[in-house]
Design a protein around this ligand. Sequence first.
Ligand SMILES: C=CC1=C(C)c2cc3[nH]c(cc4nc(cc5[nH]c(cc1n2)c(C)c5CCC(=O)O)C(CCC(=O)O)=C4C)c(C)c3C=C
Ligand SMILES: [Fe+2]
Length: 375
Amino acid sequence: ADTTLTAANAASTSQVVPFWADHQAGITTPQQDRLTFAAFDVITKDRNELVGLLKTWTAAADAMTKGHQVPGGASDLQAPPSDTGEADGLTPGNLTVTIGFGTSLFDDRFGLAAKKPKALTPLPKLAPENLDPAYTNGDLCIQACADDPQVTFHAVRNLARLGAGIVVLRWMQLGFGRTASTSSAQATPRNLMGFKDGTRNLRAEQTDLIDQNVWVGEETDQAWLRGGSYLVARRIRMYIETWDRDYLADQQNVFGRYKNSGAPLGGSDEFDTPNLGSSDIPDDAHIRLASPEHNGGIHLLRRGYSFTDGTDSTGNLLGGLFFIAFMKDPKQFVTVQKALAADALNEYIQHIGSGLFACPPGVAPGQFWGQGLFT
Ligand SMILES: C=CC1=C(C)c2cc3[nH]c(cc4nc(cc5[nH]c(cc1n2)c(C)c5CCC(=O)O)C(CCC(=O)O)=C4C)c(C)c3C=C
Ligand SMILES: [Fe+2]
């Protein structure tokens, strides 16, 4: 059969996130614990090949989300199987596969210049950044999230394989633990600095705020993007050794929250509203400068992950936060990040990679990702 359903997968249909929907999965979906994120460059100059790949990717993403193999089968002993096989026997793990289109896709190669949303302009230089081109930009991105790292890797690997000759991987990032909650049912996880992260994040249940801040609406000049969202990714290194030598009171002042409970300074419960009128929360505290109160009411839907890629050349840990946020306009991120130029946290972090992608709306059966771009 083209789409083999393994016994383990068949028993786990409750771990299937619907693929066909008004919005792409992987945005307001309760955040899974593992990530494989990939940015691709398109190497073909043939628009039809790009469209063909988006059709193939859509079918493959739908199948993998359900715990099926990549369509095509494995009956020909003289040909490689259509699926690489490492997810066989694993549960679907709430896999979501989300696609985004980078600014560079809208150059003169595919006749898409007139379809470029005005808001999709490269991010300005933003402190504290020192971006590595090897972890920055890309024509396309794929965010694969699941509760099993092998399921996320399998998804990206198989899409890359299907894209051979049409796209090449530009960069890739694994994330091993979520650093946000996107649903009220989820407990708040901790980031690599040991703090609860995601306490005041937007939740899927806050539908009005999600509509106001996350889904692209009538305000866009590009109808194909309505119901979609913008994804900003920032590969943020933490200087972990330096952080680990900082004393507790200062660590708490950096964020404006207690390390143990996660409560705002001066408060007692994690979900207490921060009293930003009080001097308990320093002027340069992260939660003050990032707050909607400080930024004209702007919210972001954060969906980031902790990462490590081993050590640097001096033997220090190379890891941090792979920040991902969704928003209806990238200027929301720019506004908050400009406010964070004064952040006490900047002593301990540096942004070392970046990507901005326009994520199209969800697809109905028979459609393909980004179809509105090509019609
Ligand atoms: C530009 C957006 C943001 C970047 C970049 C960012 C980096 C970053 N954040 C933490 C840890 C925490 N962030 C927290 C809150 C918080 N952060 C942002 C935005 C960015 N963070 C926002 C909008 C908020 C919510 C502010 C509020 O409304 O109070 C917190 C507190 C808990 C929480 O509410 O999530 C922590 C902890 C790190 C470590 C980091 C870069 C490495
Ligand atoms: Fe933050």
